[in-house]
Design a protein around this ligand. Structure first.
Ligand code: NAI
Length: 337
């Protein structure tokens, strides 16, 4: 029996993400939690004739912790899109003050009621919220770095789509699976077009086109924030991206084939390849890299990719690492103060 909990399930991302999970045959129980509106979302989804059950939980007051505990109890996978999204002109870091507290509270609930769950963090700023979850679980004595995932999949999805749009006749978005490493905000996002089958397409671009493409992947979220004009940030493409990572993880519970996804992870010595990766990223504790998934969590980090990147990508990483160090420190400081 596989139970998946979505925290923030009534939101812009939470609703379509829950819909996709409701359709996944590997999910037996879908558990929805939010501080508002979630009973309606749950009732709506529960009419779909897929085989999973759906339950929705909303706290009766600010002090009520039982709804979260019931929602989380015995979950195998917990996905967190709870928190406020950006408005035009805001950076992801501007969300820190509100979302950091929300994430810390939810991580405490996970420690109590689902200490063995895989935790997928969507709430921004991911570069800082993932360290907050790690520190909180550590404080509660239940932390397993192999089970914590910062969701950066939307950057990969955008990287695939945007290069294909430059070659509409020669390619389809689904031809690509670009590795995007670093973090999940602005210049910390580093798409590796020099690797895999994207290389020949990328190399044909002019210097200006290359620069514009990288910038578009790094700041693609702003296109959606501006187009929504105050009504939030990416929700549908994000739900798809979050679902893609969740689907891969669910597959890895039973599949014997190697399943690899990029994720923002804790480069902890207990994970195979993490020490090597950490050395190559100047000692950063958190970084997004391709990882091999397994039923016990992250089985290995594909650190060797860092030895294969172009000089141009190395330059992008210098900027990314500098910003990431600050974002990570901010999260750790918040969670340990
Ligand atoms: P939204 O405002 O539509 O939904 C957020 C939901 O969280 C709301 O239903 C709200 O009631 C709920 N919530 C607030 N506090 C809560 C708590 N303590 N427990 C449970 N639920 C709580 O926002 P949206 O658009 O769904 O975005 C959610 C988050 O995802 C934002 O932080 C946004 O920046 C982030 N995001 C991350 C992306 C990524 O690539 N990782 C991409 C796009 C957005």
């Amino acid at each position: 029996m596989v139970k998946v909990a979505v925290l923030g399930a009534a939101g812009g991302i939470g609703q379509p993400l829950s819909l996709l999970l409701k359709l996944n045959p590997n999910v037996d129980e879908l558990s929805l939690f939010d501080v508002v509106n979630v009973p309606g979302v749950g009732a709506d989804l529960s009419h779909i004739n897929s085989d999973s059950t759906t339950q929705a939980f909303v706290p009766s007051s600010k002090e009520d912790k039982t709804a979260l505990a019931s929602a989380l109890k015995d979950s195998d996978l917990v996905i967190i899109p709870a928190g406020i999204p950006r408005k035009p002109g805001m950076t992801r870091d501007d969300l820190f003050n509100i979302n950091a507290s929300i994430i810390k509270g939810l991580a405490e609930g996970i420690a109590e009621s689902a200490p063995k769950a895989f935790v997928l963090v969507i709430s921004n700023p991911v570069n800082s919220t993932v360290p907050i979850v790690a520190e909180t679980l550590k404080q509660k004595g239940v932390y397993d770095p192999a089970r914590l995932f910062g969701v950066t999949t939307l950057d990969i999805v955008r990287a695939n789509t945007f290069i294909s749009q430059l070659y509409p006749k020669e390619s389809k978005p689904s031809d690509f699976n670009i590795n995007v490493i670093g973090g999940h905000s602005g210049e910390t996002i580093v798409p590796l077009y020099s690797l895999t089958n994207s290389k020949s397409y990328y190399n044909k671009l002019s210097a200006d086109q290359k620069k514009e493409l990288i910038r578009r992947v790094q700041f693609g979220g702003d296109e959606v924030v501006q187009a929504k004009n105050g009504a939030g940030s990416a929700t549908l493409s994000m739900a798809y991206a979050g679902y893609r990572l969740a689907e891969s993880i669910l597959k890895s519970f039973t599949s014997s084939e190697e399943i690899v996804e990029c994720t923002y992870l804790n480069l902890d010595s207990s994970i195979k390849g993490a020490d090597e990766a950490k050395k190559l990223v100047d000692g950063l504790d958190f970084f997004s890299l391709p990882v091999v998934l397994s039923k016990n969590g992250i089985a290995a980090v594909k650190y060797d990719i860092l030895n294969q990147i172009s000089d141009e990508e190395k330059q992008l990483l210098v900027v990314a690492k500098d910003q990431l160090a600050k974002n990570i420190a901010k999260g750790v400081e918040f969670a340990t103060k």
